[in-house]
Write a protein that binds this ligand. Structure first.
Ligand code: R1P
Ligand code: URA
Length: 285
């Protein structure tokens, strides 16, 4: 097997992986991820015991035990460019030998659950609800650079979205883990999540920068291919699902709906909405 050069898999002087600053033994195979670094402590405050606390840039990691189960919680910051780093480095920690710099023969499958905030694209998905992403649809450019394979149905969704948006790039579409959906989603609303490469214009928000496509939000809201509709948007889910498919990990994105873009409301109790999603996730994971 090919040896991975020092410039591709960068290992810090203390043996940790470049950005995450972690050693293989620092992580569990079951990982909760959050965007906001402050949310890591909102998760780990429920742990019986915190074993490891590591911080570098926006990547804050706590590993400990919740009701006897070893769990890791990591913050990622915002956007799929950070998910590219997170997923490659987590995968390297479990599936590449840092001494020989070669992939291990036996591959470990991580279970990764995103607990994030999101905006609703449908009036019927209210503030305060929890949406489990059955699919992630990416409008970001990350998958322009990976050999992601997609089914004919997935391609038909992305082709139609490209035409309706009138954009020059091709979106991508990947499902979440059925096993994790069955285990965690239970009472949550099943949804299809649009991952945008920004919070403002890509999500149809106008402050002073303007908007190229005045119909953008309407296109998102009305989008339909057979019974596939978009329910909500945020900035990471599709990147997770695509990287999970490429690297062979089980991925699920859970969304706390804090904004409804159709009714133009923002949740006054957004911290509670996130906290109840954290507690559900910890109890079910
Ligand atoms: C934007 O406010 C951020 O919130 C959402 C988006 O995906 C983006 O990262 O997720 P988090 O609450 O997990 O950060
Ligand atoms: N996060 C997003 O990306 N969009 C929203 O509207 C709310 C949270």
């Amino acid at each position: 097997m090919a040896v991975i050069p020092e410039s591709e898999l960068i290992i810090n002087k203390n043996g940790t992986v470049y950005h995450l600053n972690l050693l293989p033994e620092h992580i569990s195979d079951t990982i909760i991820t959050v965007g906001d670094p402050d949310r890591v402590a909102m998760v780990s405050r429920y742990f019986d015991k915190i074993e490891i606390e590591v911080a570098k840039r926006e990547f804050i990691t706590h590993t400990g035990y919740y009701k006897g189960k070893r769990l890791t919680v990591i913050s990622t910051g915002m956007g799929t460019d950070n998910i590219d780093i997170l997923m490659n480095e987590l995968d390297a920690l479990v599936n590449i030998d840092f001494q020989s710099r070669e992939p291990n023969e036996e591959k470990i499958k991580l279970k990764i659950v995103r607990v994030g905030t999101s905006g609703s694209l449908q009036e019927s998905i209210p503030l305060g609800s929890h949406v489990a992403s059955h699919y992630g649809v990416g409008l970001d450019s990350l998958m322009e650079f990976y050999p992601l394979e997609q089914t004919a149905d997935e391609q038909s969704i992305t082709k139609t979205l490209k035409e309706q948006l009138g954009v020059s790039f091709t979106p991508y579409c990947v499902p979440g883990s059925k096993m994790l959906i069955d285990k965690l989603a239970l009472d949550m609303i099943p949804g299809n999540t649009l991952t945008c490469p920004g919070f403002y214009a890509p999500q149809g928000r106008v402050l002073r920068g303007g908007l190229r496509n005045q119909n953008l939000l309407q296109v998102y809201q009305d989008f339909k291919v057979c019974d596939f509709q978009l329910t909500n948007f945020e900035m990471e889910t599709a990147g997770y699902y695509a990287m999970g498919r490429l690297l062979g990990h089980e991925m699920l994105s859970l969304n706390a709906i804090v904004a409804n873009r159709i009714t133009q409301e923002f949740a006054k109790n957004s911290e509670e909405v996130v906290d109840s999603l954290i507690r559900k996730t910890l109890d079910r994971i």
